[in-house]
Design a protein around this ligand. Structure first.
Ligand SMILES: NC(=O)c1ccc[n+]([C@@H]2O[C@H](COP(=O)([O-])OP(=O)(O)OC[C@H]3O[C@@H](n4cnc5c(N)ncnc54)[C@H](OP(=O)(O)O)[C@@H]3O)[C@@H](O)[C@H]2O)c1
Length: 376
């Protein structure tokens, strides 16, 4: 039971956020204790209502901070009725941010350098710290195992390009990082997450695996069982971001998990442990998958075959972030919570997943694989 009015309010705020967001965050919905921060902060979140934002908001409120959101009011506007919401647009309408002060900004919503430049310049004298959510896609590639934050980042011939595509995304995010660092020298925190997963993920990528494995029977498993994977639970990321602004930690950090290197087999077997259905895995090699147009990442989420400069994909260093307190939920918790959240969605969402292989395609590819093995 909460013992003080402040603790009670923190739990209420956290629980109301969880209810608004569906059944996703069991830890918060059950009111599990989050200790108060030593110093309550005023935190501005640019964004806050998509995927990682709600987890950040919920955790910041639970820590006793005051949160302000800045967005257009289009994405999940029903969330967090108790939180101050400033309306505007990163693309040219920052009026609502003028004349205000915060201890820290968490910038989730920019992939265009001009957006970071405009908000960072506007806020540089009004805010203590600027935490920018970047991405591991800033790196030119992952040719070596164990690469750290000093690895070279992508560049772009024309830095005024603002169209965000698969080809420009990484280089534009690298330029965004530079804008934050320029406006907040010594006060910028650059966070480079890998694949972000867990309850609330609207891309359905990693979600594919717990959902597919929970359906049971023969599961197509990609590549070599020893291929390394990486991902981060959105809640681990969100909580760590809040801790990083509480401690005013500047720097550049890869934000990926799990703590130790994990193979695709380890991940799939770990997910299987949360289900009671009968499941078997059939490992199909990367060449065969490519021949049958089964793509890494979009069809087989979290998996990238080694080669083509991706040899170090799964082993990128997370040491720096771990030294600053990044911690990781067990795989089983992420898988279980993601599956429960998925099952809480309206049925029409189940029929049109946005990533992974359809049951029909999976059966076709498995049949072709078995036929090939019989012939050879
Ligand atoms: N998903 C992944 O696996 C992954 C991996 C690495 C990095 N990232 C990074 O994670 C960040 C996105 O996280 P998220 O979507 O979960 O964040 P979020 O803060 O939960 O959601 C995005 C927010 O941005 C707001 N927004 C969008 N366009 C806007 C505009 N023009 N002006 C003002 N606000 C705007 C949206 O609200 P309105 O629509 O109402 O404006 C929404 O609140 C991105 O920076 C992405 O590069 C993601």
């Amino acid at each position: 039971m909460p013992t003080t009015r402040r603790e009670f309010l923190q739990l209420s705020a956290a629980a109301s956020g969880a209810l608004c967001f569906g059944t996703l965050d069991r830890a918060f919905a059950q009111g599990s204790a989050v200790s108060s921060a030593e110093v309550p902060l005023r935190i501005l979140i640019l964004g806050g209502t998509g995927f990682i934002g709600p987890h950040q908001v919920r955790y910041a409120l639970a820590r006793g901070h005051t949160v302000t959101l800045f967005n257009r009011g289009r994405t999940n506007p029903h969330l967090f009725p108790e939180v101050e919401k400033l309306r505007g647009d990163r693309d040219g309408d920052l009026e609502a941010l003028k004349g205000r002060e915060w201890d820290a900004v968490i910038d989730n919503s920019a992939s265009i350098p001009r957006w970071v430049r405009d908000s960072a310049q506007l806020l540089e004298d009004a805010v203590g710290q600027y935490l920018y959510i970047s991405t591991l896609s800033v790196y030119q590639g992952f040719p070596e195992p164990g690469m750290d934050e000093t690895a070279p980042v992508r560049t772009i011939d024309d830095p005024t390009i603002e169209e965000v595509t698969g080809r420009t995304y990484g280089a534009l995010k690298a330029l965004c990082e530079r804008e934050a660092q320029r406006a907040f020298p010594g006060r910028a925190t650059i966070v480079r997450p890998g694949l972000i997963v867990g309850p609330g993920d609207r891309t359905d990528r990693w979600t594919y695996w717990p959902v597919r494995i929970d359906r049971g029977s023969e599961v197509l498993a990609p590549g070599d069982p020893t291929d390394l994977v990486r991902y981060i639970d959105a809640r681990d990321l969100a909580e760590w971001c809040v801790h990083m602004v509480e401690r005013r930690e500047p720097g550049v950090y890869n934000a990926v998990g799990p703590r130790s290197h994990l193979s695709i087999a380890g991940m799939l077997y770990g997910i299987r442990a949360i289900t009671s259905v009968a499941v078997s895995f059939t490992w199909v090699n990367a060449d065969f998958l490519a021949e049958h147009n089964v793509r890494p990442w979009s069809h087989m989420p979290a998996w990238l075959p080694p080669g083509d400069g991706n040899e170090g994909y799964g082993s990128i260093s997370r040491t720096r972030a771990i030294e600053k307190g990044l911690s990781f939920r067990p795989l089983a918790v992420t898988a279980q919570d993601t599956l429960e959240w998925w099952k809480s969605l309206p049925e029409e969402r189940w029929t049109r997943p946005r990533a992974g292989l359809s049951a029909e395609r999976e059966a076709e590819v498995l049949a072709a694989w078995h036929a090939r093995r019989v012939e050879s």
